[in-house]
Design a protein. Sequence first.
Length: 289
Amino acid sequence: RAKLRGRNCSHHFSPDMAEALYRKMILRHHLTLALETEAFELYYQPIIDLKTRKLKGFEALIRWYDEELGQVSPAEFIPLAEETGQIVPLGKWIFKTAFLQLAAWQKKYDKAFMMSVNLSRAQLQASLAPTIEAMILHYNINPAKLALELTESTMLQEYDDAKQCLEDLAALGIELYLDDFGTGYSSLSQLQDLPISTVKLDQSFVQGNHKGSRAIIEATKAICEKLDLKVVAEGVETIEQLKYLQMCNFDYCQGYYLAKPMPAHQLEASGFALLNEVPELPHHSLFHS
Ligand code: C2E
Ligand code: MG
Ligand code: MG
Ligand code: MG
């Protein structure tokens, strides 16, 4: 690696770039092997309904442990799998695993449980809806208990094709969530133009990392209410954050304060218990709904 660094040191190709490229090459190679051996696992993070203060369902989040590289974050390998097209077969494995888990938990615990699965822009192809339709029939899943999460920033390219694909999915009865709201090119027109049922406000606002975070939280809730969209808060880490979101009449929330993403067996062993109780709804709320 030292050699590579020395040789390529120039204004156009810095050591940092060489390092990054080398890491990418290695990851790409390992990712191919991981796909063949199904070396992935899904973790599930509880989603809480703030009105009932109960568990609504789960978001499936992929994990990859590589013998040599250790735990690799999805934030690093998902973009890579998108570049190579590997996201399509990987996505199918994710659907299959998440659908099977949902069917099992519904049968064993609660028919009302739902499952939310993240979707990459590269998966939005004409074949996606037929593929998912076949799977929900095969695994006998109620489509109304499925949600697919899409990140807004990636929607803009080939918008019409993507929109068609989302409409096909919505026609199956699946819900579509707009993930990481507020961080991409938040085109507000997309909220109305696409068949989205629910907005997930990005955790950076929930955690107050921005000037005016509270204004953005309140404005997001107001827009969603007017457009008849549900709203989820991501990344809730403290009781103060949770109480504020309740006061703003958010519909759902997720975060380490209530539950971290966990392997299925661990979640089941915990009896789906939350780390902390959800307080009762406050008397004063900023909105009337
Ligand atoms: P995302 O869909 O926005 O997921 C939320 C991320 O925030 C997850 O990171 C989750 O573990 C983390 N998180 C949840 N609660 C908290 C909290 O209270 N505090 C903090 N600091 N973080 C919290 P993760 O699992 O590393 O996933 C990162 C991103 O990778 C996801 O963001 C999603 O865009 C992508 N991703 C994960 N799994 C999949 C998948 O199966 N398919 C696709 N296409 N993308 C995935
Ligand atoms: Mg998500
Ligand atoms: Mg998110
Ligand atoms: Mg994200």
